[in-house]
Design a protein around this ligand. Structure first.
Ligand SMILES: [Zn+2]
Length: 361
């Protein structure tokens, strides 16, 4: 079995991790984070499950990480992502697992954000011999296919030089996430065309490594079931076409499942057969955090209104201490991710070896 050094994985190590997922027919949850509470909860969940994990930031998540009070919102999006990445680089090894660092959806407007992050990545690479992020996503699925592929190719040229990969999106995933996407797309567009995937493969595979978020009826966010139908066979068809046309081994593409929150379990399981190594989870962990904090607040309502109980005189310092209720939110995320690792069959599959944890075990 492949053994990797615990911590942030990039370059060849990342590709080995992706290959292990696809060969073993399991996938890693890719969880959107917004601050140290969510980052640490995700690493805690991965460590508890002896699983590797993908930590990702949307532009909005990165901005929040830097602080909503920062006046330059573009700089906040850039530096918040850099700050989160540095936090993970510093701590991931201590959790004894492998962490993939990724940025989420960047549409055409946000290409300059990705480019600014590449500038930081290049400086980091010069200093440390590895990139800051494992990969960036460029989502130009709302643009014409040719333009999508062209811009993605330009970004990949630059990323590949510092051992980075990219993720692209073909076809429109429905729903709403951070202002990207819309629920007014017609249903036919919700399914990626295998011919489009082949075109992207022909251009990008010559430049570097890339993964594809394919649309097979998935939606961002959680909606009432029944509006769209999940069709994992779309993934199968894309893999089959690229394999056949370019004489490759089975499942040549590295596929990503967007909008994993609230998806039917049997469809998740089926998609693992077709080269899906990553499933994005955002909405469900947001709710898990909120629900747990909400329950705590409900139970300790007086402590959120009075420092000292007006009737009994009991001091509430312990109860209103942010560490008490933020910890409840973290535990909520850990619980939700226990379920995700089970759904994606990745519990117990960490490739990390030689860590303080594994030596102790
Ligand atoms: Zn997407």
């Amino acid at each position: 079995m492949t053994a990797l050094k615990p911590g942030v994985v990039t370059g060849k190590d990342y590709l080995a991790l992706v290959k292990a997922c696809k060969d073993g027919k399991y996938a890693l949850p890719a969880v959107n984070v917004t601050g140290t509470n969510t980052v640490n909860a995700v690493m805690e969940a991965a460590a508890k499950n002896k699983a590797d994990i993908i930590i990702q930031l949307s532009n909005g998540g990165a901005e929040f990480y830097a602080g909503k009070g920062m006046s330059d919102s573009f700089q906040a999006k850039v530096l918040g992502a850099v700050s989160a990445a540095q936090h993970v680089h510093l701590l991931a090894e201590q959790y004894g697992i492998c962490v993939v660092l990724h940025t989420d959806h960047a549409n055409k407007k946000l290409v300059p954000w990705v480019e600014a992050l590449l500038t930081h990545g290049e400086a980091y690479y010069k200093a440390h011999g590895k990139p800051l992020f494992t990969s960036h996503m460029i989502d130009l699925s709302e643009e014409p296919l040719q333009e999508n592929i062209e811009i993605s190719a330009r970004i990949l040229e630059r990323a590949a030089k510092i051992d980075m990969c990219i993720e692209i999106e073909l076809g429109c995933t429905g729903g709403e996430e951070d202002g990207v996407g819309s629920d007014e797309i017609d249903n036919a567009k919700l399914y990626t065309q295998p011919e489009d995937v082949l075109q992207a493969y022909d251009v990008l595979s010559k430049i570097g490594n890339f993964s594809v978020a394919a649309s097979f009826g998935n939606v961002h966010g959680v909606y009432k079931p029944g509006n769209v139908q999940l069709r994992p066979d779309i993934l199968k068809n894309s893999q089959a076409l690229v394999q056949k046309e370019r004489s490759l081994s089975p499942n040549p593409l590295d596929l990503v499942f967007h909008g994993g929150s609230g998806s039917e379990k049997d469809k998740i399981a089926e998609s693992l057969n077709y080269g899906v190594f990553k499933m994005n989870i955002d909405t469900d962990t947001q709710f898990a955090f909120a629900e747990s904090v909400g329950a705590y607040v409900e139970k300790n309502m007086t402590a959120f209104k009075h420092q000292i109980d007006p009737a009994s005189g009991k001091p509430y310092k312990k109860e209103y201490d942010p560490r008490a209720w933020l910890r409840e939110g973290e535990k909520g995320i850990v619980n939700r991710l226990n379920e995700a690792f089970a759904d994606l069959k990745s519990a117990g599959k960490s490739l990390a070896q030689g860590s303080a944890n594994s030596k102790a075990a």
